[in-house]
Design a protein around this ligand. Structure first.
Ligand SMILES: Nc1ncnc2c1ncn2[C@@H]1O[C@H](COP(=O)(O)OP(=O)(O)O)[C@@H](O)[C@H]1O
Ligand SMILES: [Mg+2]
Length: 230
């Protein structure tokens, strides 16, 4: 049984006639890095929102660990699947950068010392330590993007969905993100990476799904990527 199954899913936004996604059939294991690519407006973000239960399929069914996603609360889905929004402004809500990273682990019930340790690690890795007491909305776009990723990774979820995570990152910080995503994949967790950034996708993805006009037009494996690298 796949971790996440998308079974003949179609989706039309309420009060619209034209379906955004049509008869999508996909399965994802809790392993490896899968990229979802395709032109602007082809339905990538909509597909990821269906996967985390924020939107409900018009037709078909999505199952998480074999159970219909409609049977889970959003919080239950959130504990299993970490989601990095395309727009970090929609994700960040805490008063300081450090609180933003610590919120998830504290909510998962970790002891304050363990929370502080994780916060320290992720702030350091994403080079945000200097901003630990800064109000997140005062950061630059690239810093917000790094913070949004750090805050989701700090929960150490089994599966991750990242929607355009390289937006606003410079080449060096993309490389750091690449290293970290590969490290996560090697630790036996899976992820879906929605991206326009073909160079980044080429470096990290083991499987590439191409969407066009709301349909899957290609689903291919690529050899010699993250999982093989030591
Ligand atoms: N909330 C919404 N209501 C109506 N239409 C929407 C909404 N969000 C996105 N769309 C439309 O759905 C299509 C797919 O959008 P989206 O999933 O954001 O694509 P992508 O992430 O691939 O750029 C686009 O035509 C977009 O205009
Ligand atoms: Mg999008």
């Amino acid at each position: 049984m796949a971790f996440l199954e998308i079974d003949q899913v179609s989706f039309t936004y309420p009060k619209h006639d034209k379906p955004v996604l049509t008869e999508i059939d996909l399965q994802f294991d809790r392993a490896g890095i899968t990229a979802v690519v395709g032109p602007n407006g082809c339905g990538k973000t909509t597909l990821t929102k269906l996967m985390i239960g924020v939107l409900q399929a018009t037709e078909g069914e999505i199952r998480l660990t074999g159970r219909p996603i409609a049977d889970f609360s959003l919080a239950e889905i959130g504990r299993r699947v970490g989601y990095v929004f395309q727009n970090p402004d929609l994700q960040l809500f805490c008063g300081t950068v450090a609180e933003e990273v610590g919120f998830g682990p504290a909510n998962l019930g970790y002891e304050p010392a363990a929370v502080a340790e994780r916060v320290g690690f992720y702030l350091d890795y994403f080079e945000l330590t200097a901003y630990r007491n800064t109000f997140p909305m005062h950061l630059s776009h690239g810093e917000k993007q790094r913070l949004a990723i750090a805050a989701v990774l700090a929960n150490e979820p089994d599966f991750l969905i990242l929607d355009e995570p390289t937006t606003g990152l410079d080449a060096y910080r993309k490389r750091l993100l690449e290293d970290y995503l590969k490290k996560i994949a090697r630790s036996g967790r899976g992820m879906i990476l929605v991206s326009h950034d073909t160079a980044f996708v080429d470096r990290v993805a083991e499987r590439v799904i191409v969407l066009e006009n709301g349909r899957v037009i290609e689903d291919s494996r690529r050899k010699g990527k993250a999982a093989d690298e030591a």
